[in-house]
Design a protein around this ligand. Structure first.
Ligand SMILES: Nc1ncnc2c1ncn2[C@@H]1O[C@H](COP(=O)(O)OP(=O)(O)OP(=O)(O)O)[C@@H](O)[C@H]1O
Ligand SMILES: [Mg+2]
Ligand SMILES: [Zn+2]
Length: 489
């Protein structure tokens, strides 16, 4: 570290303290933090005085980047609020009723009924998935009630305007701020007093208190922490859009996820039109609800009957196709799982999973081989959840396994039946949650039979579906009509 680098850092902090920020009584009490040069893990925010190859906190390799770090002090953001006094809990006003509806039912559902005033919400998602679209559409609705500040550090005003025109949003209530400087953003929030702020994206924001580049962990932490102060201080909800790394987490994930009140993820496959919005953290409600959208010319539209849509293009009687009633949050959702099995032409057999967890599929292949006598060691296996949905529920195990068995045998599974159950390593079919709700959804969509875990079948009190209770995978494969012996009932 050269002496010039050091003095440069000092100057930045000094400028920040006397230039960009308004002096406040708090500033006087807080000694200026000395910036230090440190190596910061870009994955989890762990910092170390020297470069290390592997992060001791998150086990990431080559994740350390040199950053100029200013330990985040309290109240240095120029806020002029006086120190808060303790108040009796009973005197705290009930704010549950004050939630601001976003005008998008599926988004409100995931937020637990609307936006909580003063909350800081992170929306993550892959590039191009529709994050800006969703929040611009929400802004359009909220602007009917008051001013919305949309900060765009990523796109020019003209680009944003193009999108709003495509969506048919035409509101004076939306203020657009193409800006990446955090202090300017905060000043604008204070001077314009919006009822909602969107920061698109948090990775483009820079605070001049930190010398390192935009998007680095120190910058992210600093910017998010200061925006949190503003959200609480001004009682204005702020949405942060965050990019997702290749590993599928918002860059500097733990750093941001700890700071914000709620974390939402918008997911889907790039070349499919369906998008699922889910909450992975919510300080104000459950993380159980999901929203389902379809991406189109006019932005994201809510999908009222996701099961119906997901099954729309199902090829009945096709080997390898099986329908599973999965639970997305508290909502039952019917999805088709497709498997394709082909002899391996050379080398190692391939395993590909779209929407399913590849490790889980590999495990299911082992269970199929060992417990159902269906060996796939010489076959390539492809598994796909139709519609681009990412499904992680173990209750879909049985459907995936039966789809693979059906593809291997080249015999269609019973097209009138749904399959649900978790598989154990012994091939046993395990109990699933809320079987009744799943089966009602299957019945609504015209299914007639359900292959379910024997243990869960006992809990059922009445269903119009024909119930086939199975104890293990071998039995399920037999009852699915895909085994060698042909159809059995
Ligand atoms: N004219 C159009 N008609 C239909 N869909 C479009 C059109 N233009 C863009 N899209 C869709 O919108 C997506 C981009 O949406 P949006 O900009 O909201 O995503 P984002 O998550 O904010 O992306 P980024 O990570 O680049 O900021 C594109 O991937 C495409 O699917
Ligand atoms: Mg965007
Ligand atoms: Zn780490």
């Amino acid at each position: 570290m050269g002496p010039s680098a050091h003095s440069g850092a000092l100057r930045t902090v000094a400028q920040a303290a006397c230039g960009a920020f308004r002096p406040s009584p708090i500033l006087v009490d807080v000694p200026l933090a000395k910036p230090k040069v440190a190596f910061v893990c870009q994955q989890c925010g762990f910092d170390s005085p020297k470069w290390i190859g592997r992060c001791p906190q998150c086990d990431g390799w080559n994740t350390f980047v040199e950053e100029r770090v200013v330990p985040a002090p309290k109240g240095r953001d120029g806020s002029v609020r006086s120190p808060r006094a303790a108040i009796p809990l009973s005197d705290v006003p009930d704010s549950a009723e004050d939630r601001i509806p976003t005008g998008i039912g599926e988004l409100d559902r995931v937020l637990g009924g609307g936006i909580v005033p003063g909350s800081l919400v992170l929306l993550g998602g892959d590039p191009g998935i529709g994050k800006s679209s969703l929040l611009m559409q929400a802004s359009g609705h909220v602007a009917a009630r008051g001013r919305v500040l949309y900060v765009s550090g990523e796109e020019s005003a003209a680009q944003v305007k193009l999108r709003t025109r495509r969506f048919g949003i035409d509101r004076d209530g939306i203020l657009l701020l193409p800006e990446t400087d955090l202090s300017t953003v905060i000043e604008t929030i204070r001077s314009t007093k919006p009822i909602l702020v969107v920061v698109d994206s948090i990775q483009t924001m820079t605070s001049d208190a930190i010398g390192s580049a935009a998007g680095g962990v120190s910058q992210l932490r600093e910017c998010a922490a200061r925006l949190l102060e503003v959200a609480k201080g001004e009682e204005v909800p702020i949405f942060l859009i965050g990019h997702v790394t290749k590993e599928g987490a918002v860059a500097g994930p733990r750093v941001l996820e700890h700071i914000v009140d709620a974390v939402l993820y918008l997911e889907g496959e790039r070349f499919h039109s369906f998008r699922v919005l889910r909450a992975t953290k919510d300080r104000f409600g459950s993380t159980d609800e999901v929203g389902v959208f379809e991406m189109g010319e006019r932005g994201l539209t809510e999908v009222a009957d996701p099961s119906g849509v997901f099954l729309e293009e199902r090829g009945r009687g096709v080997p390898g196709s099986v329908v599973v009633p999965t639970l997305e949050g508290t909502r039952p959702l019917l999805v088709e799982v497709q498997a394709l099995v082909a002899p391996t032409s050379f080398g190692l057999p391939r395993r590909t999973a779209n929407g399913a967890d590849l490790q889980r599929v590999i495990l299911l292949l082992a269970v199929l081989g060992k417990r159902a006598g269906l060996s796939l060691g010489q076959h390539d296996v492809y598994v796909n959840f139709v519609g681009g949905l990412r499904v992680r529920e173990p209750a879909t195990d049985l459907a995936v396994a039966v789809a693979i068995a059906s593809a291997l045998r080249d015999r269609p599974a019973d097209p009138r039946a749904v399959f649900v159950g978790e598989l154990g390593l012994g091939g046993e079919v395990r109990r699933v949650q809320r079987l009744g709700a799943r089966l009602r959804e299957a019945e609504r969509l015209g299914f007639e039979r359900a292959i379910v875990p024997a243990a869960s079948a006992r809990d059922l009190d009445g269903t119009p579906l024909e119930i086939v209770a199975v104890k293990d995978l071998r039995e399920a494969v037999l009852r699915a009509g895909v085994s060698d012996g042909g159809r059995s009932t």
